[in-house]
Design a protein around this ligand. Structure first.
Ligand SMILES: Nc1nc2c(c(=O)[nH]1)N[C@H]1C(S)=C(S)[C@@H](COP(=O)(O)OP(=O)(O)OC[C@H]3O[C@@H](n4cnc5c(=O)[nH]c(N)nc54)[C@H](O)[C@@H]3O)O[C@H]1N2
Ligand SMILES: Nc1nc2c(c(=O)[nH]1)N[C@H]1C(S)=C(S)[C@@H](COP(=O)(O)OP(=O)(O)OC[C@H]3O[C@@H](n4cnc5c(=O)[nH]c(N)nc54)[C@H](O)[C@@H]3O)O[C@H]1N2
Ligand code: SF4
Ligand SMILES: [Mo]
Length: 668
């Protein structure tokens, strides 16, 4: 025996693929991490980011001890304190705030740093504790709220295709999604489809690395996708290729929606979307005559003013073509709604109803908040209107606690910092939002320094504050048992023991999984087409955005090397990311006298960030692009694109409009 141990775990990051991983442990130390070769979705591969996860757990800048601020807010100067001192100070401050201002003056700001059902946002870690204090609710709307709402309206659920079914598709639309960057494991299934002759189309304002690999790229004007959907369906109707039987049996509102489609002829749609009419027509012809068609529509296209409507209308496409009856047909946004774990947040512990604060509104909703408790989030890097947030976090009367692994920009404003464990150091339960499996994460090593998991931190804090409610002290394994206890058929036979032993288990859904074979989970059991006048909402105009002089549309999607701001401090990934660039079309560059490689200011009324111009035909005139994920303090000028992203709600779910910004570019 080599004395080596193989420990099964799961990638915790906010990525649809939720990989199964294997940690090799030797003498108590994690020495190797690789994708689980036995897991059908992971297929042995992690990604360029998470291949560095072990190195990241041992990084020099890892936070290992509780700390108290010694310098001014924002300075990042701290002294080490004991857990006892930290819990004392926190207890006194929290009690004082509740007594003087009421529990709602506390904002538990939980982000997507881990999607774990124990340690992270899926089951809202800490919620039972916050309910005891009557803290404000936190609405995690930052990522998928708009798209989910849109899908709910059409299908009665945000859950759609099993991405594995893409292998059977004959036409694949990669719509507002950058597969090779933001969840590359789907690519293998797309390749399988391609080997069987499928045609792959990327619909994206940027010619991404995914678009490079597709058979065709349609450069769409940002925020106009619903119009394209209507134009494609216009061709389907012209071809008389609608599935009349499916329409009659499984949909409602068809007469009205049909009118809407007929009002969107190809020429009009070409004008709205900026896509040549021939390209709209030819894709419409393919859609009309190719069954099954699989549509991968993810987050990019719903980060717009009309983002919810966009998803609602795209979801109508398989209602017309009848693709839901074919394995390999339909729309895949997320599989989350297929996950039926039981989450017992104990909201009955609340003494009275409380208000809800909105994650993306941190800059404007913090005025009467006295304690901001940030965990698994980095708002100064990831949330809109970064300058407004920075002004708020500097307030002396705001008590800020940050539970973190690394000294982010947000940590720099904390009064107390609590050291958090990483995935190889704690228990967790996961479900992918891009596949149909549940995963177990077994800790592989002891935590370094004095790091504690989220669950353990709240248990200790509750004890320190003298709380007697027993459910606050449920152990991680008890919480895991509760998750699996609901009796849903999809979980039959899946126990904690089995998950621990096998590491991953497919939920009990048939394969191929046909989610709407028996109808839709709407009230009527039918797919609901968008009502008249509600199928397309155009992007923000300059005036609405309050930023009228700004002519360029900035989109800020996922970076290949960072995962949101996670890894933004990893030296090797930063080296690979190089300096920030902004993609600018030659026409826009010429109009401003900008040269390739020139450092520029990308700015509007909200602020500015600095980047180097990359003159490129990857974007059309009028569109500019940069990526999310850099730490502001490690970026030139101390800002990332969220300095110019305005805090504006989209049309549904209060989804933010990260890709719907108007800016100007000027020499730096
Ligand atoms: N490497 C890496 N992977 C990630 C992440 C990361 O930061 N880095 N983030 C993770 C998270 S939290 C999420 S939510 C997902 C996000 O990943 P995706 O779902 O892929 O979403 P985005 O990266 O926001 O945008 C995807 C594409 O949509 C395009 N797009 C923007 N606006 C429009 C539009 O109006 N119409 C169309 N058709 N396309 C548009 C963008 O140009 C971009 O290429 O990825 C996850 N995976
Ligand atoms: N411009 C622009 N901005 C965007 C987007 C965009 O497309 N464009 N996308 C948005 C999207 S989709 C998302 S999901 C948000 C993400 O925004 P956030 O939810 O704020 O996620 P991160 O910025 O990755 O910050 C997560 C932090 O959690 C920490 N962390 C990780 N695991 C743990 C843990 O177990 N315990 C604790 N205590 N901390 C942990 C990490 O170290 C990291 O600093 O960003 C949004 N921001
Ligand atoms: S970030 Fe995504 S692709 Fe990378 S290891 Fe995690 S789940 Fe897999
Ligand atoms: Mo996200």
């Amino acid at each position: 025996m080599s004395g080596e141990l193989r420990v099964l775990g799961a990638c915790p990051l906010d990525c649809p693929d939720t990989c199964s991983w294997v940690v090799t442990v030797k003498d108590g130390e994690a020495v190797k991490l690789r994708g689980n070769p036995d897991q059908p979705y992971t297929r042995g591969a992690l990604c360029v980011k998470v291949n560095r996860y072990l190195e990241h757990t041992r990084a020099d800048d890892r936070i290992l001890y509780p700390m108290r601020r010694t310098g001014p807010k924002g300075s990042g100067r701290f002294e080490r304190i004991t857990w006892e001192e930290a819990l004392d100070e926190i207890s006194v401050r929290l009690r004082g705030i509740v007594d003087e201002h009421g529990g709602e003056a506390i904002w538990p700001y939980l982000g997507t740093g881990t999607l774990g059902y124990l340690q992270g946002c899926e089951a809202v870690a800490g919620r039972r504790f916050w309910n005891m204090l009557g803290a404000s609710r936190h609405w995690l709307n930052i990522c998928s709220a708009a798209g989910s709402s849109g899908l709910w309206r059409t299908n009665g659920t945000a859950g759609g295709m099993d991405p594995e079914n893409f292998a059977q598709a004959r036409l694949i639309l990669l719509w507002g999604t950058n597969t090779l960057t933001s969840g590359h494991h789907l690519w293998k299934f797309i390749q399988d489809a391609k080997a069987n002759g499928a045609h792959i189309v990327a619909i994206d304002p940027i010619r991404t690395r995914t678009a490079d690999q597709a058979d065709e790229w349609l450069p769409i004007r940002p925020g106009t996708d619903a119009a394209l959907a209507l134009g494609l369906l216009n061709v389907v109707l012209a071809e008389n290729a609608q599935d009349e039987e499916f329409l009659a049996e499984h949909t409602e509102g068809w007469a009205e929606f049909r009118e809407e489609i007929l009002n969107h002829p190809v020429e009009k749609v070409a004008e709205i979307t900026g896509i040549p009419a021939e390209a709209v027509h030819s894709l419409g012809m393919r859609l009309a005559h190719t069954r099954p068609t699989a549509i991968r529509a993810t987050h990019g296209l719903q980060r717009h003013k009309g983002g919810g409507t966009t998803m609602r209308t795209i979801a109508a496409i398989p209602g017309v073509t009848g693709d839901w009856r074919h394995p390999g047909g339909g729309v895949a946004f997320s599989t989350s709604d297929h996950v039926k774990l039981t989450v017992d947040r104990r909201d009955d512990l609340l003494a009275k109803p409380v208000r809800t604060l909105v994650m993306t509104k941190l800059g404007s909703q913090l005025d009467d908040v006295k304690c901001l408790w940030v965990y698994a989030a980095n708002p100064l890097g990831s949330t809109p209107d970064a300058n407004a947030i920075r002004r708020q976090l500097a307030r002396e009367d705001l008590f800020t606690v940050v539970m973190e692994q690394f000294p982010t920009d947000t940590v720099d404003y904390a009064d107390i910092v609590l050291p958090a464990t990483m995935q190889t150091e704690h228990f967790d339960v996961h479900a992918g939002y891009g596949h149909m499996y549940l995963l177990w994460n077994e800790p592989a090593t002891e935590p370094p320094g004095e790091c504690l998991s989220t669950t353990e931190t709240f248990r200790r804090l509750a004890a320190h504050m003298g709380m007697t409610e027993p459910s606050l002290y449920d152990s991680d394994l008890e919480l895991a048992e509760q998750l699996l206890s609901g009796g849903d058929p999809s979980l039959e036979g899946i126990t904690v023991d089995r998950l621990r032993k096998e590491g991953w288990v497919r939920m009990n859904y048939p394969k191929p999984f046909m989610p709407f074979a028996e109808g839709f989970p709407t009230k009527s059991g039918r797919l609901r087409f968008p009502p008249a006048g509600k199928a397309y909402v155009p992007p923000h105009t300059a005036d609405e955005a309050g930023r009228s002089p700004y002519p360029l549309r900035l989109v800020t999607p996922a970076s290949h090397t960072f995962l949101n701001t996670t890894f933004g401090n990893n030296p090797e990934l930063r080296r690979r990311a190089k300096d920030p660039v902004v993609l600018v079309n030659a026409a826009d560059a010429a109009a401003r006298g900008l040269e390739n490689g020139q450092r520029v200011r990308v700015h509007n009324d909200g602020g500015e960030f600095l980047a180097d111009v990359e003159i490129s035909d990857r974007v059309s005139a009028g569109v500019v692009a940069s990526t999310k994920g850099r730490w502001p303090k490690l970026s030139p000028g101390g800002a990332n694109p969220n300095a110019v992203v305005a805090e504006r709600d989209g049309d549904m779910g209060r989804g933010p409009a990260f890709h719907d910004n108007l800016v100007e570019i000027s020499p730096g």
